[in-house]
Ligand binder design. Structure first.
Ligand SMILES: Cc1cc2nc3c(=O)[nH]c(=O)nc-3n(C[C@H](O)[C@H](O)[C@H](O)COP(=O)(O)OP(=O)(O)OC[C@H]3O[C@@H](n4cnc5c(N)ncnc54)[C@H](O)[C@@H]3O)c2cc1C
Ligand code: SF4
Length: 330
């Protein structure tokens, strides 16, 4: 690990100023469960860490429009066991609790979860080429061992996946990320927060240099009646998703009133096609429609050899998650 210094910042403007004035050497740190690992591997080498835990961003509070605000430094554990989250957003609770371990969730923050980096093995191995770690060096996963890699939205530069479970649920719930930078504050819809790799895989998100996540806001609708988070992985716990599905259905009598499906483990960002979902409003929820939906949601999927199995796995997982969501009425 390289030498670094650390300051605990106590004002958002000071934090943003310091992060913006030197974005290579100055980095925010929250729970440290990803950044410190990356520093130990020498994948990331910040000279100075700005501890943001004293900024007063750890509250979880109801918004005037009856949505919920998750402070950026609220821990994953406090979020999952928050009374409002349990009651109104059980999909989010289930996704968070399917991730990592109790100890990690006690440290990991909601803002940090959004910005955790890919688990591509080559990204962590500084002896191998990786365009995300070192732009222009090549991609070892294309033509290498790529069992855990993406099947959708890939590019010739990178086939990494985004590893978060929480973000998949946030994508289905239409969350908004609130950020503050040197140009002021702005709201970023979760589906526009992460990027596909294109020819700039080193950029995971559309955040500007120095921008600080202050909260993640949930709209009022939480789909607490019909939901499922299905995580398919190599081990029952303490493993990242090979494929995950956040499924949410709102019913109007016998028909679908609203449908949301977001996928994890298949792309560089949570994968959701909101336009496709609209075609199913008014339809009867049944296996036939869900199978048709699954085919369309992952149409264009492409495997890279070791991960070809994910195409069929994703289709089956989508159907299973939707059928479970349909039956999950509280
Ligand atoms: C063994 C292990 C298993 C895991 N398993 C899973 C799993 O199954 N599912 C899953 O979803 N996750 C899993 N995780 C990942 C874990 O959830 C993340 O490491 C954690 O959420 C990151 O949060 P943090 O607060 O520790 O972030 P940090 O490590 O502190 O920061 C991560 C990044 O975010 C930046 N950052 C942090 N907060 C902010 C902010 N407010 N504004 C701007 N930038 C910020 C930091 O600069 C850094 O770049 C696992 C982690 C480990 C170590
Ligand atoms: S898939 Fe992306 S992260 Fe993995 S080696 Fe290739 S460029 Fe690096």
């Amino acid at each position: 690990m390289n030498n670094f210094s650390l300051t605990q910042v106590d004002s958002i403007s000071v934090a943003v100023d310091k992060a913006t004035e030197d974005t290579i050497g100055n980095r925010y740190i929250a729970g440290g469960t990803n950044l410190i690992d990356l520093m130990k591997y020498r994948v990331e080498n910040p000279g100075h860490l700005l501890d943001i835990n004293a900024l007063g961003l750890s509250e979880i509070e109801t918004l005037p429009d009856a949505g919920l605000r998750l402070g950026a430094t609220a821990t994953n554990a406090d979020t999952a066991y928050n009374e409002e989250v349990e009651k109104k957003y059980p999909l989010l609770q289930k996704a968070i609790l399917s991730g990592a371990s109790t100890q990690l969730r006690n440290m990991a923050t909601d803002g940090g979860n959004l910005l955790q980096r890919t688990r591509c093995y080559y990204f962590y191995d500084t002896a191998t080429p990786c365009n995300k770690r070192e732009p222009g060096s090549g991609c070892s996963a294309i033509g290498g061992f790529n069992r855990i890699h993406a099947i959708l939205g890939t590019s010739d530069s990178c086939i990494a996946t985004h590893p978060s479970d929480m973000c998949v649920a946030l994508a289905a719930l239409d969350a908004t990320v609130q950020v503050t930078g040197d140009q002021g504050s702005r709201s970023i819809p979760i589906l526009e927060f992460h990027r596909l790799p294109g020819d700039k895989p080193e950029k995971d998100t559309n955040l500007q240099p120095g921008e600080l996540i202050t909260s993640i806001d949930l709209p009022e609708k939480g789909f607490s009646q019909h939901f499922e988070y299905l995580k398919v992985r190599d081990r029952r716990s303490y493993a990242f998703a090979l494929v995950s599905v956040a499924a949410a259905i709102e019913m109007d009598g016998e028909h679908i009133k609203d449908l949301r499906v977001a996928l994890g483990g298949v792309a560089h960002k949570p994968w959701r096609l909101a336009e496709l979902e609209k075609d199913y409003v008014g339809k009867t929820p049944n296996r036939k429609h869900f199978e048709e939906f699954a085919e369309k949601l992952i149409s264009g999927a492409k495997g890279f050899g070791d991960n070809d199995f994910k195409i069929d796995l994703a289709k089956k997982s989508i159907v299973r998650a939707l059928l479970t969501a349909l039956e999950s009425k509280k």
